[in-house]
Design a protein around this ligand. Structure first.
Ligand code: SF4
Ligand code: SF4
Ligand code: FES
Length: 274
């Protein structure tokens, strides 16, 4: 027997901004009755269809595949077509604020300029780089174990939720961000790729690469596909060490200092590192 549909009254405070006409953003309030069957995207649709046709947001697949509909609900990264509205009310109560992923990048309401996200994505060279034999005698078979090594990095839908939740992205324009690291890992872990050294050098550069991650876990919390970028960042750390790539940045010197301390004393003496 299916559960009966329930309704709850909600006050939505919705971010509005048009970069072509507005100097400052504003918030508009909508009182709505929300059913237990609706997801956040249904609310965005209803605001547009029933209240204000100029309200703008991105959506396409409605099935958590295209990554277009990522916004923030009460400051929490949310894939609008995936999150049940009553679940959000259970978390935050009946006053719900809808905002774009990044307020400073808003172009129109929920639509942001994701240019920085795509630039970082491109910087990872997100494709297989391989000297392909034009006349191979055998297939290049990838074993199930080798495919397994990609982990779930292949499931990324480029929604940007982790990128815009990352505090380092917010203060450092050069930092590549968690989604780019996930993408870099996806190709570094691929046995068919021949650009390991070059890509790892890019990922290891001080100021932009994996050593500038502060391991705050915001990206893992934000990801709607449960990808855990930090695990991939840690694997990239190890790959960079294994490849012998050095940049003499703060984080690298710290790691070398830790290893030296353990070798010398048999335990970590942090006082010696200061
Ligand atoms: S763990 Fe690292 S990459 Fe993830 S949000 Fe924090 S600083 Fe950014
Ligand atoms: S890693 Fe997760 S949160 Fe980040 S872009 Fe990919 S799917 Fe979105
Ligand atoms: S509309 Fe495609 S992921 Fe939400």
């Amino acid at each position: 027997m299916s559960e009966s549909i329930t309704t709850r009254n909600v006050t939505f405070k919705v971010f509005r901004f048009n970069h072509e006409t507005d100097y400052l953003p504003r918030y508009e309030t909508y009182e709505m009755e929300v059913t237990s069957e609706e997801v956040v995207l249904d609310i965005l649709n209803r605001i547009k269809w029933d209240h204000d046709g100029s309200f703008s947001y991105r959506r396409s697949c409605r099935h958590g595949i295209c990554g277009a509909c990522a916004i923030q609900v009460n400051g929490r990264a949310t894939l609008a077509c995936k999150e049940n509205m009553h679940g959000m009310i259970d978390l935050f109560g009946t006053e719900i604020t809808l905002e774009p992923q990044s307020i400073k990048r808003s172009m129109k309401d929920m639509i942001i300029d994701k240019g920085d996200f795509w630039e970082k994505h491109e910087q990872t060279r997100p494709y297989l780089i391989s000297d392909v034999d034009e006349h191979p005698e055998d297939e290049h078979i990838v074993t199930p174990e080798e495919a397994e090594a990609l982990l779930e990095a292949d499931l990324c839908i480029q929604c940007g939720a982790c990128h815009y939740a990352c505090p380092v992205v917010q203060i450092n324009d050069d930092f590549m961000g968690p989604a780019a690291f996930v993408k870099a890992y996806r190709f570094e872990a691929d046995v068919r790729d021949d650009a390991h050294h070059e890509r790892l050098e890019e990922m290891g550069q001080a100021g932009q690469g994996v050593w500038d991650c502060v391991k705050c876990f915001e990206c893992a919390e934000a990801c709607p596909k449960e990808i855990n970028p930090i695990e991939k960042i840690t694997k990239l750390h190890n790959m960079i060490f294994d490849e012998g790539i050095k940049n003499n940045g703060v984080a690298e010197r710290h790691a070398v200092g830790f290893a030296h301390s353990i070798k010398k004393h048999g335990l970590l003496d942090e006082g010696e590192l200061v």
